[in-house]
Design a protein around this ligand. Structure first.
Ligand SMILES: [Zn+2]
Length: 512
C-alpha cells in the first residue's frame, strides 16, 4: 500500500481495506452520508512557482535565493505583495538588545541575520520565535541563514506542506516568512550585514509571492464505525477507540534493508535504547561499516524505499479491528456504544483527528473517553529501556480524569498477565512531548479524557525497516485485550467517567 501516505492512492487502498473489514464484522458505518468514510479536505500548500521577488531591480530566484517558510502555527502568512516597499535590518535574530520598535517595522520587509547556536556560531535552527512575533505588523520577515541554500534544503522547504483546507485563512494578515541567502540579504539591504546597524534602511522591493493550495492527488479519509450499545438509556454515548491509518509513504531514495537495519540496531544500542540518548560518534559510525561486508556475503542487497509502518501505526489499526471483532463475538454486550475511528493524516500533524474532533460525525459531548493506540507492536528489551513482555507505556490517563487513570490500573490487575506501566513519558514537560504527538490530544483538547497506549519508540521508528517481521504479536494481542477490557468497563459504568481536572483551550497550544 505504498506506505499509506495521506492524500495518496496507497492510503485510499489502506482505508478501503479497513472499511471492508468493518463491514464484514457488521459494524455500523458512521462516516459521511451513510458510509464508513469521513473525507478530510487536505490540500497541498506550496509556493506559487510564478512568484517574483525583485530587490532594487535585481530578480531573486525562488529555491536558489529564497524559500518560503511554513506558517509555524500561524506565525507567518501565505502571501506577500509589494511595490516599492522598504527593507529594514533588524539585527541578529534572538538578540533582544537589537529589538526595534514595531512602528519602525510596520509594513516593511524585516531582514534578520542568522541566530547564533549554542556553540556561538550562526545556526540554521530557527530560534527567537518571540522576536519574530514582535514584528507581526511587517509585510514580510526574511531570515538570512547561510551563504547559499544547499539544494537539498531548498528542495525540502519547497516541498508542499499538507494542511486541512481553509485552516490558514486567519494568517492572511500575517507577514510572509522567508529564508534567504546572505547574498540575497546583501541585495535587499544594499550592503553587507557587518556595515549595518539594527534599524538601517535598505533597498526597496517589488514582490508577488503567494502560496497555492491544491487538493491532494487522492482523497484522505478517516474510517468511522460504531458497535451499538445495548442499553437504550446510554447507547447514545460512546467510548472511542482510535489508531491512525496513514504513514510516511515512499522515501526519496532506496536503501538496503539489511544494512539499514543492522546500522539502526547498532545506533539505537549506542544511544542506550533512549530517544534522548547521545548520537553515535563518527568513529562509532565508521565501525558499523565492518558489518556491511559480512551482510553482503550472506545475500545481495535488498533495496527498499517504502515506509511500511508495520508498527506505526499498522499495529494500532489492526488492533482496533481485532478489538471490534471481539466486541462482535463476545457474549457481553456493552451498555454504551463503541466508536472506532481510524484517523488519516496523523503523520502530517494529527490532521485527521483534528478534523474529526472539529467535525465529529456523532455529537462531541457524547464521547465519554478516547483510547488511542499508536505503535503497540514492539516494546521488547532490545527496543526500549525496561522493555519486555510486561512493558507498556501509558500517557495522559490521569490528565483529565483521575477516575479513568485508576480504572485503567484496576482493569490491568485483572488481566491474565498484567502489564507494568511505564509512565515516564507522561511527565510534565518531558522532551519527547508524547502527550501532544498523537491523535488522542485532539480529543483531550475538547475535554474528552484519553488514554494513550504505546509500546514505545524503537530503532525502526520512521524507517523503511518498520516491517511486520519485527512485530511481537503476543505482546500486541495482550495490549489489545487490555484495551478491550478497559473499553468494556467504561461502556458499562453506571455513570460517565468523571472529568475532575482543568480542560485545555481547544484552540490553544498543547502543553505536556
Ligand atoms: Zn504513529
Amino acid at each position: 500500500m505504498l506506505g499509506r501516505e495521506a492524500g495518496t492512492l496507497g492510503n485510499v487502498k489502506g482505508t478501503n481495506y479497513i472499511a471492508a473489514e468493518a463491514a464484514k464484522l457488521g459494524l455500523r458505518p458512521a462516516g459521511d452520508s451513510g458510509t464508513f468514510f469521513q473525507t478530510v479536505p487536505l490540500v497541498l500548500h506550496r509556493p506559487d512557482p510564478a512568484s517574483k521577488l525583485i530587490a532594487n531591480g535585481t530578480p531573486l530566484i525562488l529555491g536558489r535565493d529564497y524559500v518560503v517558510l511554513p506558517s509555524f502555527g500561524g506565525l507567518f502568512g501565505a502571501s506577500f505583495e509589494a511595490s516599492g516597499t522598504p527593507v529594514i535590518y533588524a539585527g541578529r535574530l534572538g538578540d533582544s538588545a537589537e529589538n526595534l520598535s514595531p512602528d519602525l517595522t510596520a509594513g516593511k520587509i524585516v531582514v534578520f541575520d542568522a541566530p547564533l547556536g549554542p556553540d556561538g556560531r550562526p545556526s540554521g535552527q530557527l530560534r527567537g520565535r518571540a522576536a519574530l512575533a514582535r514584528y507581526s505588523n511587517a509585510a514580510a520577515i526574511a531570515i538570512a541563514v547561510l551563504d547559499y541554500l544547499p539544494p537539498a534544503m531548498g528542495r525540502r522547504l519547497s516541498q508542499p506542506q499538507t494542511e486541512v483546507a481553509g485552516t490558514d485563512a486567519p494568517a492572511a494578515s500575517r507577514p510572509l516568512g522567508l529564508l534567504i541567502t546572505r547574498r540575497a540579504a546583501t541585495q535587499m539591504l544594499g550592503a553587507p550585514f557587518n556595515s549595518l546597524q539594527a534599524g538601517s534602511l535598505g533597498q526597496t522591493i517589488s514582490a508577488s509571492v503567494r502560496m497555492l493550495d491544491t487538493p491532494t492527488l487522492a482523497p484522505a479519509r478517516n474510517v468511522v464505525a460504531i458497535y451499538p450499545g445495548s442499553d437504550p438509556a446510554v447507547a447514545g454515548e460512546y467510548v472511542a477507540i482510535g489508531a491512525h491509518n496513514d504513514h510516511l509513504g515512499i522515501d526519496d531514495h532506496a536503501s538496503d534493508h539489511d544494512s539499514a537495519r543492522a546500522a539502526l540496531i547498532e545506533r539505537w544500542r549506542m544511544r542506550g535504547l533512549d530517544p534522548e540518548g547521545p548520537m553515535p560518534t563518527p568513529a562509532q559510525i565508521a565501525a558499523m561499516h565492518i558489518d556491511v561486508d559480512s551482510l553482503h556475503h550472506i545475500h545481495q542487497a535488498r533495496r527498499d524505499s517504502i515506509f511500511n509502518g508495520a508498527d506505526d501505526d499498522g499495529s494500532g489499526s489492526v488492533s482496533a479491528l481485532e478489538i471490534a471483532q471481539q466486541f462482535v463475538r463476545a457474549p457481553d454486550h456493552p451498555r454504551r456504544s463503541i466508536l472506532f475511528v481510524w484517523h488519516t493524516g496523523e503523520e502530517k500533524g494529527l490532521l485527521g483527528s483534528q478534523y474529526f474532533t472539529d467535525h465529529p460525525t456523532v455529537s462531541r459531548d457524547s464521547i465519554v473517553a478516547q483510547l488511542n493506540m499508536d505503535m503497540v507492536g514492539r516494546g521488547d528489551s532490545a527496543d526500549i529501556k525496561g522493555g519486555g513482555p510486561r512493558y507498556l507505556e501509558l500517557v495522559g490517563s490521569r490528565r483529565l480524569s483521575t477516575e479513568l487513570g485508576d480504572l485503567v490500573e484496576a482493569v490491568n490487575k485483572t488481566e491474565p498477565m498484567p502489564f507494568v506501566f511505564d509512565y515516564q513519558f507522561d511527565a510534565n514537560g518531558h522532551p519527547e512531548n508524547i502527550y501532544c504527538r498523537s491523535d488522542h490530544y485532539e480529543y483531550a483538547r475538547y475535554g474528552i479524557p484519553i488514554v494513550f497506549f504505546t509500546t514505545g519508540l524503537h530503532e525502526d521508528y520512521h524507517q523503511i525497516t518498520d516491517e511486520p517481521q519485527y512485530i511481537d504479536y503476543d505482546h500486541m494481542a495482550r495490549v489489545d485485550r487490555l484495551v478491550y477490557d478497559i473499553a468494556l468497563k467504561l461502556a458499562d459504568l453506571d455513570h460517565r467517567v468523571v472529568v475532575d481536572k482543568p480542560t485545555p483551550d481547544p484552540h490553544g497550544q498543547c502543553r505536556q
